[in-house]
Design a protein around this ligand. Structure first.
Ligand code: BG6
Length: 497
Protein backbone atom coordinates (compact mmCIF):
# COMPACT_ATOMS: atom_id res chain seq x y z
CA UNK A 1 0.00 0.00 0.00
CA UNK A 2 1.25 3.49 -0.88
CA UNK A 3 1.65 5.62 2.21
CA UNK A 4 -0.32 8.88 2.04
CA UNK A 5 1.77 12.06 2.24
CA UNK A 6 1.48 14.28 5.27
CA UNK A 7 -0.83 17.21 4.54
CA UNK A 8 -3.34 19.77 5.80
CA UNK A 9 -6.91 19.64 4.60
CA UNK A 10 -8.82 22.92 4.49
CA UNK A 11 -12.60 22.61 4.40
CA UNK A 12 -14.47 25.61 3.00
CA UNK A 13 -18.03 25.45 4.23
CA UNK A 14 -16.98 24.10 7.63
CA UNK A 15 -20.29 24.99 9.28
CA UNK A 16 -22.30 23.08 6.70
CA UNK A 17 -24.15 19.84 6.72
CA UNK A 18 -21.68 17.97 4.52
CA UNK A 19 -18.77 18.75 6.85
CA UNK A 20 -20.69 17.53 9.85
CA UNK A 21 -22.46 14.53 8.40
CA UNK A 22 -19.85 13.21 6.00
CA UNK A 23 -16.39 14.80 5.91
CA UNK A 24 -15.36 14.90 9.55
CA UNK A 25 -16.93 11.51 10.41
CA UNK A 26 -15.05 10.04 7.40
CA UNK A 27 -11.77 11.61 8.53
CA UNK A 28 -12.28 10.36 12.07
CA UNK A 29 -13.02 6.79 10.88
CA UNK A 30 -9.91 6.87 8.66
CA UNK A 31 -7.85 8.05 11.65
CA UNK A 32 -9.26 5.31 13.85
CA UNK A 33 -8.26 2.76 11.17
CA UNK A 34 -4.76 4.28 10.98
CA UNK A 35 -5.29 5.07 7.27
CA UNK A 36 -4.56 8.79 7.29
CA UNK A 37 -1.07 10.24 6.96
CA UNK A 38 1.00 10.30 10.15
CA UNK A 39 1.05 14.06 10.23
CA UNK A 40 -2.35 15.35 9.26
CA UNK A 41 -4.38 18.41 10.23
CA UNK A 42 -7.72 19.95 9.33
CA UNK A 43 -8.68 23.60 9.09
CA UNK A 44 -12.36 24.47 8.92
CA UNK A 45 -12.99 27.75 7.11
CA UNK A 46 -16.40 29.44 7.26
CA UNK A 47 -18.08 32.77 7.94
CA UNK A 48 -19.45 32.08 11.42
CA UNK A 49 -17.24 33.09 14.35
CA UNK A 50 -16.01 30.04 16.29
CA UNK A 51 -13.00 29.05 18.31
CA UNK A 52 -10.98 25.89 17.76
CA UNK A 53 -12.59 24.54 20.94
CA UNK A 54 -16.19 25.29 20.00
CA UNK A 55 -15.62 23.87 16.50
CA UNK A 56 -14.14 20.68 17.94
CA UNK A 57 -17.03 20.30 20.39
CA UNK A 58 -19.57 20.50 17.52
CA UNK A 59 -17.64 17.99 15.49
CA UNK A 60 -17.44 15.56 18.39
CA UNK A 61 -21.24 15.31 18.31
CA UNK A 62 -21.30 14.79 14.56
CA UNK A 63 -18.72 12.05 14.81
CA UNK A 64 -20.66 10.23 17.54
CA UNK A 65 -23.72 10.33 15.36
CA UNK A 66 -22.33 9.68 11.89
CA UNK A 67 -18.92 7.98 11.96
CA UNK A 68 -18.65 4.39 10.70
CA UNK A 69 -16.22 3.48 13.48
CA UNK A 70 -18.25 3.29 16.66
CA UNK A 71 -18.25 3.85 19.56
CA UNK A 72 -15.96 6.86 19.36
CA UNK A 73 -12.71 6.14 21.14
CA UNK A 74 -11.90 9.07 23.42
CA UNK A 75 -8.14 8.84 22.98
CA UNK A 76 -8.39 8.54 19.18
CA UNK A 77 -10.86 11.43 19.07
CA UNK A 78 -8.66 13.64 21.22
CA UNK A 79 -5.59 12.94 19.13
CA UNK A 80 -7.58 13.78 15.99
CA UNK A 81 -9.29 16.85 17.49
CA UNK A 82 -5.99 18.36 18.62
CA UNK A 83 -5.17 18.69 14.91
CA UNK A 84 -8.44 20.38 13.99
CA UNK A 85 -8.47 24.18 13.74
CA UNK A 86 -10.91 26.84 12.70
CA UNK A 87 -10.41 29.93 10.58
CA UNK A 88 -13.24 32.43 10.37
CA UNK A 89 -13.30 34.27 7.09
CA UNK A 90 -15.19 35.63 4.15
CA UNK A 91 -14.94 33.57 0.96
CA UNK A 92 -14.17 36.57 -1.23
CA UNK A 93 -11.84 38.55 1.03
CA UNK A 94 -8.10 38.49 0.20
CA UNK A 95 -7.09 39.41 3.78
CA UNK A 96 -8.84 36.33 5.13
CA UNK A 97 -6.87 34.12 2.75
CA UNK A 98 -3.64 35.81 3.90
CA UNK A 99 -4.64 34.86 7.46
CA UNK A 100 -5.45 31.33 6.34
CA UNK A 101 -2.06 31.01 4.68
CA UNK A 102 -0.26 32.21 7.80
CA UNK A 103 -2.26 29.73 9.84
CA UNK A 104 -1.34 26.88 7.48
CA UNK A 105 2.34 27.75 7.86
CA UNK A 106 2.00 27.68 11.64
CA UNK A 107 0.27 24.30 11.41
CA UNK A 108 3.09 22.96 9.23
CA UNK A 109 5.53 24.05 11.91
CA UNK A 110 3.40 22.77 14.79
CA UNK A 111 2.23 19.41 13.32
CA UNK A 112 4.91 18.64 10.71
CA UNK A 113 2.36 18.50 7.87
CA UNK A 114 5.02 19.26 5.28
CA UNK A 115 3.36 21.96 3.14
CA UNK A 116 1.00 19.69 1.16
CA UNK A 117 -2.52 21.09 0.85
CA UNK A 118 -5.91 19.60 0.17
CA UNK A 119 -8.65 22.21 -0.27
CA UNK A 120 -12.20 20.92 -0.06
CA UNK A 121 -14.90 23.20 -1.45
CA UNK A 122 -18.03 22.11 0.43
CA UNK A 123 -19.91 25.40 0.19
CA UNK A 124 -23.00 26.31 -1.83
CA UNK A 125 -21.96 26.69 -5.51
CA UNK A 126 -22.43 30.47 -5.44
CA UNK A 127 -19.02 30.86 -3.80
CA UNK A 128 -17.04 28.28 -5.84
CA UNK A 129 -15.73 31.06 -8.07
CA UNK A 130 -14.63 33.30 -5.22
CA UNK A 131 -12.83 30.52 -3.34
CA UNK A 132 -10.89 29.19 -6.32
CA UNK A 133 -10.01 32.72 -7.40
CA UNK A 134 -8.75 33.72 -3.98
CA UNK A 135 -6.71 30.52 -3.66
CA UNK A 136 -5.21 31.35 -7.05
CA UNK A 137 -4.53 35.02 -6.41
CA UNK A 138 -3.03 34.36 -2.97
CA UNK A 139 -0.58 31.88 -4.52
CA UNK A 140 -1.96 29.01 -2.40
CA UNK A 141 -3.04 27.06 -5.50
CA UNK A 142 0.55 26.75 -6.72
CA UNK A 143 2.36 23.49 -6.11
CA UNK A 144 6.03 24.29 -5.52
CA UNK A 145 9.20 22.64 -4.26
CA UNK A 146 7.87 19.11 -4.49
CA UNK A 147 4.76 19.92 -2.43
CA UNK A 148 1.34 19.20 -3.81
CA UNK A 149 -1.87 21.22 -3.80
CA UNK A 150 -5.18 19.57 -4.68
CA UNK A 151 -8.74 20.79 -4.66
CA UNK A 152 -11.94 18.78 -4.27
CA UNK A 153 -15.04 20.45 -5.66
CA UNK A 154 -18.45 19.22 -4.57
CA UNK A 155 -21.46 18.80 -6.77
CA UNK A 156 -23.34 20.50 -8.33
CA UNK A 157 -20.60 21.27 -10.83
CA UNK A 158 -22.48 23.82 -12.91
CA UNK A 159 -26.18 24.35 -13.36
CA UNK A 160 -26.21 23.53 -17.06
CA UNK A 161 -23.71 22.99 -19.86
CA UNK A 162 -22.67 26.64 -20.19
CA UNK A 163 -22.15 27.21 -16.49
CA UNK A 164 -20.20 23.94 -16.15
CA UNK A 165 -17.93 24.97 -19.04
CA UNK A 166 -17.51 28.41 -17.57
CA UNK A 167 -16.67 26.95 -14.13
CA UNK A 168 -14.09 24.62 -15.70
CA UNK A 169 -12.48 27.56 -17.51
CA UNK A 170 -12.49 29.61 -14.32
CA UNK A 171 -10.97 26.89 -12.12
CA UNK A 172 -8.37 26.07 -14.81
CA UNK A 173 -7.08 29.65 -14.51
CA UNK A 174 -5.72 28.77 -11.09
CA UNK A 175 -5.44 24.97 -10.94
CA UNK A 176 -4.15 22.41 -13.43
CA UNK A 177 -6.58 19.60 -14.28
CA UNK A 178 -4.51 17.04 -12.36
CA UNK A 179 -4.96 19.14 -9.21
CA UNK A 180 -8.76 19.18 -9.54
CA UNK A 181 -10.91 16.42 -8.03
CA UNK A 182 -14.62 16.84 -8.91
CA UNK A 183 -16.42 14.59 -6.49
CA UNK A 184 -19.41 12.35 -7.13
CA UNK A 185 -19.79 10.32 -3.96
CA UNK A 186 -21.50 7.44 -5.83
CA UNK A 187 -18.09 6.54 -7.25
CA UNK A 188 -16.82 6.00 -3.71
CA UNK A 189 -19.42 3.30 -3.02
CA UNK A 190 -18.00 -0.23 -2.99
CA UNK A 191 -20.84 -1.60 -5.10
CA UNK A 192 -20.36 1.06 -7.75
CA UNK A 193 -16.66 0.27 -8.01
CA UNK A 194 -17.62 -3.37 -8.18
CA UNK A 195 -19.42 -2.77 -11.48
CA UNK A 196 -16.03 -2.59 -13.20
CA UNK A 197 -14.62 -5.51 -11.24
CA UNK A 198 -17.66 -7.64 -12.01
CA UNK A 199 -17.45 -6.83 -15.70
CA UNK A 200 -13.71 -6.86 -16.27
CA UNK A 201 -12.30 -9.27 -13.71
CA UNK A 202 -14.60 -12.11 -14.80
CA UNK A 203 -14.66 -13.84 -18.13
CA UNK A 204 -18.25 -15.04 -18.37
CA UNK A 205 -20.29 -11.85 -18.36
CA UNK A 206 -18.58 -9.65 -20.92
CA UNK A 207 -19.41 -11.84 -23.96
CA UNK A 208 -23.14 -11.40 -23.31
CA UNK A 209 -22.91 -7.73 -22.26
CA UNK A 210 -24.23 -6.30 -25.50
CA UNK A 211 -27.17 -5.81 -27.87
CA UNK A 212 -27.16 -9.42 -29.05
CA UNK A 213 -28.14 -10.74 -25.63
CA UNK A 214 -29.46 -7.77 -23.67
CA UNK A 215 -33.07 -6.78 -24.17
CA UNK A 216 -33.06 -3.67 -22.00
CA UNK A 217 -31.56 -2.17 -18.87
CA UNK A 218 -33.35 -0.52 -15.96
CA UNK A 219 -31.61 1.74 -13.50
CA UNK A 220 -33.48 2.83 -10.39
CA UNK A 221 -32.35 5.33 -7.79
CA UNK A 222 -35.24 5.48 -5.33
CA UNK A 223 -35.06 7.36 -2.05
CA UNK A 224 -37.40 7.20 0.89
CA UNK A 225 -36.30 10.58 2.16
CA UNK A 226 -37.68 13.88 0.89
CA UNK A 227 -35.66 17.01 0.37
CA UNK A 228 -34.44 17.17 3.97
CA UNK A 229 -34.81 20.89 4.55
CA UNK A 230 -32.95 21.79 1.35
CA UNK A 231 -35.94 23.45 -0.34
CA UNK A 232 -34.10 26.40 -1.83
CA UNK A 233 -31.40 24.19 -3.36
CA UNK A 234 -33.84 21.58 -4.60
CA UNK A 235 -36.06 24.17 -6.27
CA UNK A 236 -33.19 25.08 -8.56
CA UNK A 237 -32.06 21.46 -9.03
CA UNK A 238 -34.90 18.94 -9.23
CA UNK A 239 -34.07 15.29 -9.55
CA UNK A 240 -32.52 15.79 -12.97
CA UNK A 241 -29.67 17.90 -11.60
CA UNK A 242 -29.57 16.33 -8.14
CA UNK A 243 -29.31 12.68 -9.19
CA UNK A 244 -29.59 12.05 -12.92
CA UNK A 245 -26.89 14.39 -14.28
CA UNK A 246 -24.29 12.92 -11.95
CA UNK A 247 -24.96 9.76 -9.90
CA UNK A 248 -27.28 8.07 -12.36
CA UNK A 249 -25.24 8.87 -15.45
CA UNK A 250 -22.17 7.51 -13.67
CA UNK A 251 -23.99 4.22 -13.05
CA UNK A 252 -25.04 4.13 -16.68
CA UNK A 253 -21.55 4.97 -17.97
CA UNK A 254 -19.86 2.29 -15.82
CA UNK A 255 -22.35 -0.32 -16.98
CA UNK A 256 -22.18 0.61 -20.66
CA UNK A 257 -18.51 1.60 -21.17
CA UNK A 258 -15.92 -0.41 -23.07
CA UNK A 259 -13.05 -2.03 -21.14
CA UNK A 260 -10.23 0.47 -20.60
CA UNK A 261 -6.74 -0.41 -21.82
CA UNK A 262 -5.53 -0.34 -18.22
CA UNK A 263 -6.96 0.40 -14.80
CA UNK A 264 -5.60 3.89 -14.56
CA UNK A 265 -7.33 7.24 -14.02
CA UNK A 266 -7.22 8.60 -17.54
CA UNK A 267 -7.73 5.27 -19.29
CA UNK A 268 -10.92 4.66 -17.26
CA UNK A 269 -12.17 8.20 -17.71
CA UNK A 270 -11.45 8.19 -21.45
CA UNK A 271 -13.81 5.23 -21.81
CA UNK A 272 -16.47 6.89 -19.69
CA UNK A 273 -16.30 10.05 -21.76
CA UNK A 274 -16.50 8.00 -24.94
CA UNK A 275 -19.67 6.25 -23.85
CA UNK A 276 -21.24 9.42 -22.42
CA UNK A 277 -20.82 10.99 -25.84
CA UNK A 278 -22.84 8.14 -27.34
CA UNK A 279 -25.77 8.51 -24.90
CA UNK A 280 -28.91 10.41 -25.88
CA UNK A 281 -32.48 10.60 -24.68
CA UNK A 282 -34.87 8.71 -26.88
CA UNK A 283 -37.29 11.48 -27.81
CA UNK A 284 -38.93 9.66 -30.68
CA UNK A 285 -42.19 10.00 -28.73
CA UNK A 286 -42.70 13.22 -26.80
CA UNK A 287 -39.55 14.39 -25.06
CA UNK A 288 -38.66 10.96 -23.70
CA UNK A 289 -39.28 11.92 -20.08
CA UNK A 290 -42.01 11.74 -17.44
CA UNK A 291 -41.80 14.12 -14.51
CA UNK A 292 -43.53 13.73 -11.17
CA UNK A 293 -43.82 15.61 -7.89
CA UNK A 294 -44.83 14.12 -4.56
CA UNK A 295 -47.90 15.20 -2.72
CA UNK A 296 -48.60 14.44 0.97
CA UNK A 297 -48.61 10.77 1.88
CA UNK A 298 -47.21 8.10 4.17
CA UNK A 299 -43.64 6.85 4.15
CA UNK A 300 -42.55 4.08 6.52
CA UNK A 301 -45.81 4.48 8.40
CA UNK A 302 -45.32 8.23 8.96
CA UNK A 303 -47.43 10.98 7.45
CA UNK A 304 -45.20 13.32 5.45
CA UNK A 305 -45.95 16.65 3.77
CA UNK A 306 -46.04 17.08 0.02
CA UNK A 307 -43.25 18.83 -1.86
CA UNK A 308 -45.25 22.05 -2.10
CA UNK A 309 -45.57 22.15 1.69
CA UNK A 310 -41.80 21.85 2.26
CA UNK A 311 -39.94 24.91 3.50
CA UNK A 312 -38.32 27.01 0.80
CA UNK A 313 -40.52 25.61 -1.96
CA UNK A 314 -42.75 27.90 -4.05
CA UNK A 315 -46.47 27.23 -3.61
CA UNK A 316 -46.84 26.73 -7.36
CA UNK A 317 -43.50 24.99 -7.88
CA UNK A 318 -43.20 22.68 -10.87
CA UNK A 319 -39.86 21.21 -9.82
CA UNK A 320 -39.72 17.46 -10.43
CA UNK A 321 -39.00 15.11 -7.55
CA UNK A 322 -39.46 12.00 -9.71
CA UNK A 323 -38.27 11.39 -13.22
CA UNK A 324 -38.33 8.55 -15.72
CA UNK A 325 -36.45 8.63 -18.98
CA UNK A 326 -35.38 6.37 -21.78
CA UNK A 327 -31.80 6.62 -22.98
CA UNK A 328 -30.18 5.05 -26.00
CA UNK A 329 -26.48 4.39 -26.36
CA UNK A 330 -25.55 4.90 -29.97
CA UNK A 331 -22.59 2.60 -30.42
CA UNK A 332 -21.94 -0.88 -31.79
CA UNK A 333 -22.33 -2.57 -28.44
CA UNK A 334 -25.67 -1.04 -27.47
CA UNK A 335 -27.45 0.21 -30.60
CA UNK A 336 -31.21 -0.29 -30.17
CA UNK A 337 -31.11 -1.36 -26.48
CA UNK A 338 -33.31 0.91 -24.34
CA UNK A 339 -31.95 2.08 -20.98
CA UNK A 340 -34.92 2.97 -18.77
CA UNK A 341 -34.00 5.04 -15.77
CA UNK A 342 -36.09 6.38 -12.91
CA UNK A 343 -35.29 8.28 -9.79
CA UNK A 344 -37.48 9.79 -7.14
CA UNK A 345 -37.80 11.09 -3.61
CA UNK A 346 -40.40 9.79 -1.16
CA UNK A 347 -40.57 6.36 -2.77
CA UNK A 348 -41.92 3.35 -0.86
CA UNK A 349 -38.36 2.39 0.01
CA UNK A 350 -34.72 3.20 -0.57
CA UNK A 351 -33.24 1.14 -3.34
CA UNK A 352 -30.62 1.69 -6.01
CA UNK A 353 -30.08 -1.01 -8.58
CA UNK A 354 -29.05 -1.71 -12.15
CA UNK A 355 -31.02 -4.52 -13.77
CA UNK A 356 -29.83 -6.04 -17.03
CA UNK A 357 -32.69 -7.88 -18.66
CA UNK A 358 -31.73 -10.52 -21.22
CA UNK A 359 -33.57 -11.61 -24.32
CA UNK A 360 -35.85 -14.63 -24.22
CA UNK A 361 -34.60 -17.91 -25.70
CA UNK A 362 -34.96 -17.98 -29.50
CA UNK A 363 -37.40 -20.88 -29.45
CA UNK A 364 -39.80 -21.94 -26.71
CA UNK A 365 -39.76 -25.70 -26.26
CA UNK A 366 -42.24 -25.82 -23.43
CA UNK A 367 -46.00 -25.77 -23.60
CA UNK A 368 -47.77 -22.47 -24.19
CA UNK A 369 -49.15 -22.38 -20.68
CA UNK A 370 -45.72 -22.95 -19.17
CA UNK A 371 -44.02 -20.56 -21.52
CA UNK A 372 -46.34 -17.76 -20.39
CA UNK A 373 -44.95 -18.05 -16.88
CA UNK A 374 -41.35 -17.84 -18.04
CA UNK A 375 -39.72 -14.58 -17.14
CA UNK A 376 -36.66 -13.21 -18.91
CA UNK A 377 -33.27 -13.70 -17.24
CA UNK A 378 -32.22 -10.67 -15.24
CA UNK A 379 -28.90 -9.84 -13.70
CA UNK A 380 -29.30 -7.28 -10.96
CA UNK A 381 -26.53 -5.23 -9.44
CA UNK A 382 -27.90 -4.11 -6.08
CA UNK A 383 -26.07 -0.92 -5.28
CA UNK A 384 -27.88 -0.20 -1.98
CA UNK A 385 -29.09 -0.88 0.63
CA UNK A 386 -28.89 -4.72 0.27
CA UNK A 387 -25.57 -4.68 -1.55
CA UNK A 388 -25.08 -7.65 -3.80
CA UNK A 389 -25.66 -9.22 -7.20
CA UNK A 390 -28.40 -11.61 -8.22
CA UNK A 391 -29.25 -13.62 -11.30
CA UNK A 392 -32.79 -14.64 -12.07
CA UNK A 393 -33.51 -17.67 -14.22
CA UNK A 394 -36.28 -20.18 -14.81
CA UNK A 395 -36.17 -23.49 -13.00
CA UNK A 396 -38.29 -26.58 -13.21
CA UNK A 397 -40.50 -26.83 -10.18
CA UNK A 398 -40.38 -30.31 -8.61
CA UNK A 399 -43.19 -32.63 -9.73
CA UNK A 400 -44.41 -34.49 -12.73
CA UNK A 401 -45.67 -31.46 -14.67
CA UNK A 402 -43.62 -28.96 -16.60
CA UNK A 403 -44.03 -26.00 -14.32
CA UNK A 404 -41.26 -23.47 -14.68
CA UNK A 405 -40.66 -21.00 -11.93
CA UNK A 406 -38.32 -18.01 -11.68
CA UNK A 407 -35.58 -18.50 -9.05
CA UNK A 408 -32.60 -16.41 -7.99
CA UNK A 409 -28.90 -16.96 -7.41
CA UNK A 410 -27.86 -14.39 -4.87
CA UNK A 411 -24.58 -12.94 -3.77
CA UNK A 412 -24.72 -10.52 -0.86
CA UNK A 413 -21.81 -8.52 0.48
CA UNK A 414 -22.95 -8.99 4.05
CA UNK A 415 -22.75 -12.77 3.89
CA UNK A 416 -19.64 -12.99 1.68
CA UNK A 417 -17.44 -10.54 3.59
CA UNK A 418 -17.26 -9.95 7.30
CA UNK A 419 -15.91 -6.44 6.88
CA UNK A 420 -18.20 -3.40 6.69
CA UNK A 421 -17.57 -1.24 3.65
CA UNK A 422 -16.07 2.17 4.38
CA UNK A 423 -18.26 5.17 3.67
CA UNK A 424 -17.90 6.54 0.12
CA UNK A 425 -16.32 9.75 1.44
CA UNK A 426 -13.63 7.81 3.29
CA UNK A 427 -12.52 6.11 0.10
CA UNK A 428 -12.60 9.31 -1.94
CA UNK A 429 -10.78 11.48 0.59
CA UNK A 430 -8.04 8.92 0.88
CA UNK A 431 -7.75 8.55 -2.91
CA UNK A 432 -7.38 12.30 -3.24
CA UNK A 433 -4.65 12.40 -0.57
CA UNK A 434 -2.93 9.60 -2.51
CA UNK A 435 -3.33 11.60 -5.73
CA UNK A 436 -5.48 8.97 -7.46
CA UNK A 437 -8.19 10.60 -9.57
CA UNK A 438 -9.72 7.44 -11.08
CA UNK A 439 -12.91 7.88 -9.06
CA UNK A 440 -13.27 11.60 -9.72
CA UNK A 441 -14.96 13.31 -12.65
CA UNK A 442 -12.71 14.91 -15.27
CA UNK A 443 -13.52 18.28 -16.89
CA UNK A 444 -14.59 16.77 -20.22
CA UNK A 445 -16.60 14.10 -18.41
CA UNK A 446 -18.71 16.56 -16.45
CA UNK A 447 -19.30 18.51 -19.67
CA UNK A 448 -20.27 15.32 -21.51
CA UNK A 449 -22.84 14.64 -18.75
CA UNK A 450 -24.31 18.11 -19.17
CA UNK A 451 -24.40 17.69 -22.94
CA UNK A 452 -26.87 14.84 -22.40
CA UNK A 453 -28.97 16.70 -19.86
CA UNK A 454 -28.99 20.19 -21.33
CA UNK A 455 -31.39 19.60 -24.24
CA UNK A 456 -33.88 18.04 -21.80
CA UNK A 457 -33.82 21.00 -19.45
CA UNK A 458 -34.15 23.39 -22.39
CA UNK A 459 -37.10 21.40 -23.69
CA UNK A 460 -38.79 21.55 -20.29
CA UNK A 461 -38.26 25.29 -20.07
CA UNK A 462 -40.05 25.69 -23.37
CA UNK A 463 -42.93 23.45 -22.17
CA UNK A 464 -43.35 25.10 -18.77
CA UNK A 465 -44.50 23.10 -15.76
CA UNK A 466 -47.66 21.74 -17.30
CA UNK A 467 -46.20 18.27 -17.63
CA UNK A 468 -45.70 17.58 -13.93
CA UNK A 469 -47.68 14.58 -12.66
CA UNK A 470 -48.51 14.21 -8.99
CA UNK A 471 -47.85 11.07 -6.96
CA UNK A 472 -48.52 10.35 -3.33
CA UNK A 473 -45.48 10.26 -1.07
CA UNK A 474 -44.74 6.60 -0.36
CA UNK A 475 -45.94 5.46 -3.81
CA UNK A 476 -43.62 4.44 -6.63
CA UNK A 477 -44.16 7.52 -8.81
CA UNK A 478 -46.99 8.73 -11.04
CA UNK A 479 -49.20 6.44 -13.12
CA UNK A 480 -47.92 8.15 -16.27
CA UNK A 481 -44.52 6.62 -15.49
CA UNK A 482 -46.03 3.15 -15.84
CA UNK A 483 -47.74 4.09 -19.10
CA UNK A 484 -44.41 5.41 -20.36
CA UNK A 485 -42.66 2.04 -20.16
CA UNK A 486 -45.74 0.00 -21.08
CA UNK A 487 -45.82 1.70 -24.46
CA UNK A 488 -42.69 -0.36 -25.11
CA UNK A 489 -44.43 -3.52 -23.84
CA UNK A 490 -42.28 -3.60 -20.73
CA UNK A 491 -42.87 -2.93 -17.05
CA UNK A 492 -40.82 -1.33 -14.34
CA UNK A 493 -39.38 -3.88 -11.97
CA UNK A 494 -41.46 -4.14 -8.85
CA UNK A 495 -39.00 -3.29 -6.08
CA UNK A 496 -41.53 -2.48 -3.44
CA UNK A 497 -43.31 -5.63 -2.37
C1 BG6 B 1 -26.92 13.63 -3.01
C2 BG6 B 1 -28.20 14.37 -3.29
O1 BG6 B 1 -25.96 13.91 -3.99
O2 BG6 B 1 -27.17 12.23 -3.00
C3 BG6 B 1 -29.27 14.00 -2.28
O3 BG6 B 1 -27.97 15.76 -3.27
C4 BG6 B 1 -29.45 12.50 -2.22
O4 BG6 B 1 -30.50 14.62 -2.60
C5 BG6 B 1 -28.09 11.82 -2.01
O5 BG6 B 1 -30.31 12.20 -1.13
C6 BG6 B 1 -28.22 10.31 -2.13
O6 BG6 B 1 -27.03 9.72 -1.72
P1 BG6 B 1 -27.02 8.26 -1.08
O7 BG6 B 1 -25.57 7.97 -0.88
O8 BG6 B 1 -27.81 8.33 0.18
O9 BG6 B 1 -27.68 7.38 -2.10
Amino acid sequence: MTLPDNCVMVIFGASGDLTHRKLIPALYSLTADGALPKQFAVVGFARKPKTDESFRAELRESVSEHARVKPVDTAAWEAFASRVHYCQGDYGKPDDYARLEAMLKDIDAQHGTGGNRLFYVATPPEVYHAITEQLGLSGMARAENGRWVRIIIEKPFGHDLNSARELNTHVHRYFAEDQIFRIDHYLGKETVQNILVFRFANGIFEPIWNRRYVDSVQITVAEEIGIEGRGAYYESAGVIRDIVQNHLLQLLALTAMEPPAEFEADAVRNEKVKVLKAIRVDDSEGDGTVRGQYGPGKVAGQLVPGYLQEEGVALDSTTETWLAMKFLVDNWRWAGVPWYVRSGKRMPKRVTEIAIQFKMPPLMLFSKATAKAIEPNALVLNIQPDEGISLKFGSKAPGSGETIQPVKMDFTYSSAFDKAAPDAYERLLLDCILGDSTLFTRADEVEAQWEIINPIIDGWKAQGGAAIELYRAGKPGPKEGDDFIRKDKRDWRNLWS
